[in-house]
Design a protein around this ligand. Structure first.
Ligand code: SF4
Length: 202
């Protein structure tokens, strides 16, 4: 048994429900916010923050820790009460970071992906984005059609497990987002060109 304290800040919760999915006996999603079940208010002045504290078994502790780690906005803090230290902190630690200003020169730094290349176009009639992957010049081995970038890149990378370079996967995400914005706003889409928000299609 471990003694844990779990603190939850409702104000910053964005309600994606990860905590409730991982630790349903502790968190519940009510509308657009999570609720820490059976909790007490942290202080009189702060109505948004609450906590629970007590002994829990290994499985419950694991769920609470995973829920806190899975929270994208640091709304959950888990403290080991026996050691009196954070297991999952809700503070960002910037004391030991490498900081860089990013610059990229396409002409000098571009590395070709020998796995192949993508062709992306819009099907405006059906409001779809179509992506083809060629493993050699003009030879398509995969075609994926979808409505949203996330559907398409998951199909290509997670489901079809296309083995491409990391920066090529990032390129795919960037192009899909551009294609999606063009589709939704009736803008011209030309793969690899910057979007021109003044260039509407017919
Ligand atoms: S994981 Fe975090 S942001 Fe998502 S519902 Fe839970 S507390 Fe809110």
């Amino acid at each position: 048994m471990t003694k844990l304290r779990v603190e939850f800040d409702k104000k910053i919760c964005v309600g994606n429900g990860v905590c409730a999915a991982i630790a349903p006996q502790y968190f519940e999603l009510l509308g657009k916010k999570a609720k820490l079940l059976n909790s007490k208010q942290l202080s009189q002045s702060n109505k948004n923050s609450c906590f629970i504290e007590g002994h829990c078994d290994e499985n419950a502790a694991k769920q609470l820790i995973e829920a806190a780690r899975g929270c994208p906005v640091n709304a959950i803090r888990v403290i080991d009460k026996e050691q009196n230290k954070d297991i999952v902190s809700n503070k960002v630690d910037g004391s030991n970071i490498k900081e860089i200003f990013a610059e990229y020169d396409d002409l000098k730094e571009f590395v070709i992906d020998n796995a192949g290349y993508f062709l992306i176009r819009l099907d405006r009639k059906n409001q779809n984005i179509e992506v083809a992957f060629c493993n050699e010049k003009n030879k398509i081995i995969l075609k994926v059609t979808g409505k949203k970038p996330v559907d398409i890149y998951h199909a290509i990378l997670s489901k079809e497990k296309l083995n491409i370079r990391m920066e090529h996967a990032a390129y795919l995400g960037r192009e899909l987002q551009k294609a999606y914005i063009a589709l939704k706003n009736n803008l011209e889409y030309i793969q690899d060109d910057e979007l021109d928000i003044n260039k509407k299609t017919g």
